[in-house]
Design a protein around this ligand. Sequence first.
Ligand code: NAD
Length: 395
Amino acid sequence: MENNKTKSGISRQQFLQRTAMAGAAALLSNLEGFALTTADKKLRVAVIGCGSVSNRYLPQLQSSKLIEVVSLCDIKPERAEAQNKQYNVGAKTYPHIDAMLKGVPFDMMVTLTDMQIHGELNKKALLAGKHVWSEKPMANTYAEGKALLDLAKSKKLRLWGAPAVVNSPQFAFMSKTIQEGKLGKIAAAHGQYGHTGPTWSAFFYEKLGGSMPDLGVYNMATLTGLLGPARSVVAMLSIVKPERTVDDKGKIKVEAEDNAHILLEHDKGVISHVMCGFNYFDPHGHEAGNQTLHSIQIYGDAGNMRLIGYDWETNGVILDTHWDKPAELVSTDKGGYEWQEGARVTGESIITGIEPKINVEHALHVLEIIEAARKSQATGMRIKLKSKFPFPVVK
Ligand SMILES: NC(=O)c1ccc[n+]([C@@H]2O[C@H](COP(=O)([O-])OP(=O)(O)OC[C@H]3O[C@@H](n4cnc5c(N)ncnc54)[C@H](O)[C@@H]3O)[C@@H](O)[C@H]2O)c1
């Protein structure tokens, strides 16, 4: 993999930058006669944070012919070593990002650490010339996230943030149904996601953690992705359980909200609502196999639809558009979509030059919503938003 010059004479880094910035067609004409070997084409990925979610990411990344995981890093180094062995990755392992950045060369960092440190790690990677896929949130504040995007652009690098909900066929179906006017004039929508809270790590409950960046983030991405950017936010947040016991720190004080209701104002009078928390008894939800449980509802004056399962693990859509006929279950094919595919899909896009649906400005908009909800709770005020993203997501 240390083949730094391609047959067309541009460096590997330049190739990856050019493919990341160009569309597939432009890429082909730019790189006429550009014959890459399979090894040349692989994107070298470094994963930082080898905890719970890495169990989902590693097999997903390994399933790609265009990706090779070359480095694993965790401040608990035994975790990086254990994952290397468990998934037979064959990567080099590191106890710190600085050592990893100086170690085996790679093209893209996949950030899977505690939420609060994402922004700092993502910045280090971008400064070192790496593309970045980050678990949510990509930074602690909108300003920090926007600065990361500006940095990425200035260095001709790509930056993306979870979640990948816009990739599901059910999201595409719902978006198309709205755009075709099948629900009439859209008025209101609701999204919800909760469980009884992670038991393994304290960061979920520490400052700048909470149920919004961990759970509500999916609904916020889905609802804004379907209805358009939010213009303003009003929220009520609370802490229902002030103390918790978690594996890594024992008994802790809960500092971030574990119960959140967020109202979003979209264009044309549309209002949506997100409800999320770490105190929801929902024993069947995670299995998402029950065809009757829905997590997203959209209402217009000529129809409504309900997303079955979760917006990150979709099972179908119940569409109700007739006074005289029962609602029907439609769009039940997942088409291979998996919620943990974001890093793979965006990583592959760097190689193929085909722009993915996941858009960094959308992730930044959701980050601004989370920050605004905290501000609304603190001040009792309605908070205006400034960010937008390319809409509609599905054309
Ligand atoms: N667990 C899930 O099912 C899940 C699902 C979707 C998204 N996520 C998101 O993934 C992220 C990680 O969640 P998790 O559940 O895997 O947490 P986790 O606590 O299991 O894992 C985080 C890992 O990051 C490591 N780490 C912390 N700071 C580090 C640093 N500076 N450098 C290197 N390593 C560092 C920790 O030692 C730990 O091993 C969060 O943003 C979470 O919201 C988790």
